[in-house]
Ligand binder design. Structure first.
Ligand SMILES: [Zn+2]
Length: 300
């Protein structure tokens, strides 16, 4: 499932390619992609628009269009946004015939495509069909994302801010990191990687972190996400970058998916447990399990 580093990789690759280009037309081939808006309405609103900028908020891709509007896209579980050009390009009339006859896997999973003014195409493919898109006025973006947590690369993401979020929380650290209303963009992979880097046990209660733990976790989240971006993301399932290529982060995981393998720090054995329904990998040898803070005595 794409997390912040995967989305950031796509945005960084696509931005210079599509910014300044006009969308000749948008074709929405799967009504689930644009719902509740009917496909024709989204097509009509976006077709002819100019792409002014491409950005990201949490795991959302923000395509800024002329007229102070933004097309917001989310890849969800298996979505990919891939630029296609040259010989890969298909007969422009293919769109409407898509559900007939023989098609490639990509064609079969095509949910929407943008035909750009220079003939290149941007394909949103998605086997599981959870990916989505909606158009919103720029003035309403703040309100729409009001409940989304802090951006990990923003100056606001400090140990102190993390401490305020965690105060009094009994939730395990793993679940705390996955909560998008706290830190935006961290998912199952990078939560495991960050907790390993911070030497914190995933089942530690979030509210039990002391200042040194908060500092370590803040730095670890940033470092884990940066490593993911440097590797072009992780492709353990369907994720491909904007060029249709696999990321290589899965070859560099410190703990995630490494059950039974040696810990690169202490030589112990990585184990897998389930936290909040999610597979969680960690090293019991060097990731400290914090106890809940003892209650302050009220007697004198
Ligand atoms: Zn270890």
């Amino acid at each position: 499932m794409p997390e912040l580093p995967e989305v950031e990789t796509v945005v960084r690759q696509l931005g210079p390619e599509v910014e300044g280009h006009r969308i000749e037309r948008l074709e929405v081939l799967d009504p689930r992609w644009s719902r509740p808006l009917p496909p024709e309405q989204l097509e009509e609103a976006v077709s002819g628009g100019a792409i002014e900028r491409l950005g990201r908020r949490g795991k959302y891709i923000l395509m800024g269009l002329n007229g102070a509007r933004t097309l917001v896209m989310h890849l969800r579980m298996t979505g990919n946004l891939v630029l296609r050009e040259g010989e890969e390009m298909l007969d422009p009339s293919l769109g409407r015939r898509l559900y007939e006859g023989e098609r490639s896997t990509e064609e079969r999973h095509l949910r929407a495509r943008f035909v750009l003014d220079d003939g290149r195409e941007l394909w949103f493919t998605d086997p599981r069909r959870f990916g989505e898109a909606f158009l919103i006025e720029d003035a309403r973006l703040g309100e729409r994302f009001a409940k989304l947590g802090l951006e990990p690369f923003s100056p606001e993401f400090t140990a102190q801010a993390l401490g305020e979020m965690a105060a009094g929380r009994k939730a395990p650290l793993k679940s705390f990191l996955l909560d998008q209303s706290g830190v935006a963009g961290v998912g199952n992979i990078y939560a495991d990687e960050a907790l390993f880097r911070a030497e914190l046990h995933p089942l530690s209660p979030a509210g039990s972190m002391k200042p040194a733990h908060l500092e370590a976790l803040r730095d670890a989240v940033v470092a884990a996400l940066e490593a993911g971006i440097d590797a072009g993301g992780s492709s353990i399932d369907d994720y491909r970058d904007a060029r249709g290529e696999r990321g290589t982060m899965q070859d560099e995981f410190l703990v995630h998916t490494r059950e039974g393998e040696d810990c690169r720090r202490c030589g112990g054995t990585i184990v897998r447990i389930v936290v909040g329904g999610r597979s969680t990998y960690f090293c019991p040898g060097c990731q400290v399990r914090l106890r809940r803070r003892p209650k302050r005595r009220t007697r004198k």
